[in-house]
Design a protein around this ligand. Structure first.
Ligand code: PLP
Length: 480
């Protein structure tokens, strides 16, 4: 299997060659040259596989440049009940890795994807990425320094995935004093020598600008083997395909049944994986995309207009991991929607890359949207609070604000009898104590093992958000 760029002007490459990079050289995103198509018999034969075995049968279709025995070992090491032991709801079986939690049996369920070390779904893919990076670097005799900026979820998921890994150093910038005590403790309490927390004075944007400037210095980047683990990484999307199959098998008895999924969305990474699962033949009726007040994607699916927002238009909400101004994986879907017309994608993104917009309303492409199963909706702070309260009252479950966006939007799309609706649980309530307090009047609690992490010793350095200061600090650490 080779990977091509959505912009059609980069050579097709095997999996391991695109694993460590970001964008394709032509500015596009990598996708497999075709999606494997699965038959009913095959689906039925996978029904009772463990999560790691399911990941193996699926991902070996996309990764053929790692020997099967090695890939199997990497997946077995990644998807263990120990790593995903922080179960979100009492009674969940950690051995399932992504347990299905019925609210209304046969009708409405949550898929618990936030049982990993950082209590958010990003652990599902990032843990695998950490093991893949270590493996490929070892094979090639290379080293890699990961540089990123985080306001919470992605950075901590990356640190937990890469801590203690050979040949990888992680430099993660975060806004000094701006994260919650819990988030700060999660990241800064990691003592592994290859994890470097840099608290920069100023806001998140300042941290992000420095990272962009450092990554934009091709010479520095090449000299120190610097890379990133952002949401456009293909391996992250690929790893996320697996849990759609897992959720489907858990919710159905035979593979002629359908399900619908509702996905709280930001950068379109998670729901992109469900689009690919559906393209592979997984019987998905609807893909319901949920946004918060930052509704750039809802606007597209309703009207055909894709209009990334200015920074000033991007709102800070109580589901912060969905506060995006543009959706960095969206180009992958548009590539498929246009029948994989790279010239068309280049023309559309010529507008986007210059800060513009495009409107597909009235085009034959937009008319094809129903074939892809997508519908969408948006949610607000008041909706999140009401939904958290409602689920707590009716079912005795506590959900986080992002999952609440999903549940709220899902309610607008009632499914026919016999089609279960599965809402992806993307984080645990424990991470958002303040919002939970507002909704249900009490602290959501947290997995016992994380009690008191705020009191553990923390490791971080405070630096000014200045490119040269950050570069010098990184270079000094890499020279040792
Ligand atoms: C990252 C994140 C999202 C958005 O996922 P995308 O793949 O960017 O669409 C939703 N909820 C939570 C809790 C997240 O951390």
């Amino acid at each position: 299997m080779r990977y091509l760029s959505t912009r059609g002007q980069s050579p097709a490459l095997p999996f391991c060659d695109i694993l460590l990079g970001g964008l394709a050289p032509d500015g596009g995103l990598y996708l497999p040259e075709s999606y494997p198509r699965l038959g009913r018999a095959e689906l039925d034969s996978w029904r009772s596989l463990s999560y790691a075995d399911l990941a193996f049968v699926l991902l070996s279709r996309f990764i053929d440049d790692i020997p099967p025995a090695d890939l199997k070992a990497l997946l077995d090491k990644t998807y263990t009940p120990h790593t995903y032991r922080f179960v979100a709801h009492p009674g969940e079986d950690a051995a399932e890795i992504a347990p299905l939690h019925w609210l209304e049996p046969g009708k409405l369920a949550l898929l618990s994807l936030s049982n990993g070390p950082t209590l958010a779904f990003k652990d599902m893919a990032m843990q695998l990425l950490g093991n893949l990076f270590e493996y490929v670097l070892e094979q090639r005799g290379e080293t890699l320094a990961i540089l990123g900026a985080t306001s919470g979820d992605t950075g901590s998921a990356a640190e937990y995935a890469l801590r203690g890994k050979r040949n990888v150093e992680v430099f993660m910038l975060s806004p000094h004093g701006k994260m919650s005590a819990f988030q700060r403790a999660q990241m800064y309490s990691i003592q592994d020598k290859n994890i470097h927390n840099i608290a920069v004075t100023g806001m998140f944007d300042a941290a992000q600008d420095v990272v962009k400037a450092v990554l934009g210095d091709a010479d520095f980047k090449a000299r120190h083997h610097i890379g990133a683990v952002n949401s456009i990484n293909w391996a992250r999307v690929a790893a996320q395909i697996v849990y759609y199959f897992k959720g489907y098998f858990a919710a159905t008895r035979s593979s002629d049944e359908e399900v619908s999924f509702c996905v709280p969305s930001g950068n379109f990474g998670n729901i992109c994986a469900s689009h690919i699962a559906r393209s592979m033949g997984l019987p998905i009726r609807q893909l319901i995309l949920a946004t918060n007040e930052n509704d750039v994607l809802d606007e597209f699916f309703r009207t055909g207009l894709y209009r990334p927002r200015q920074a000033a238009e991007t709102r800070v909400t109580s589901s912060p991991s969905m506060d995006i101004s543009k959706a960095s994986n969206f180009e992958r879907f548009i590539f498929d929607l246009t029948g994989r017309d790279a010239a068309r994608v280049r023309a559309l993104w010529a507008e986007i890359d210059q800060g513009g917009a495009f409107d597909l309303a009235g085009t034959p492409e937009f008319a094809r949207l129903p074939e892809f199963g997508f519908v969408s909706g948006r949610s607000s702070h008041a909706d999140r609070i009401a939904t958290i309260r409602d689920l707590h009252a009716r079912f005795g479950v506590t959900i986080d604000p992002h999952t609440a966006d999903g549940v709220k939007v899902a309610q607008a799309y009632p499914q026919p009898e016999g089609v279960p609706l599965i809402v992806l649980e993307t984080a645990q309530a424990a991470k958002f104590a303040e919002t939970l307090q507002e909704a249900i009047g009490r602290d959501p609690g947290r997995p016992a093992e994380l009690a008191g992490i705020e009191d553990l010793p923390q490791k971080s350095v405070v630096l000014a958000p200045e490119v040269d200061v950050i570069k010098d600090w990184i270079a000094a650490r890499l020279a040792r």
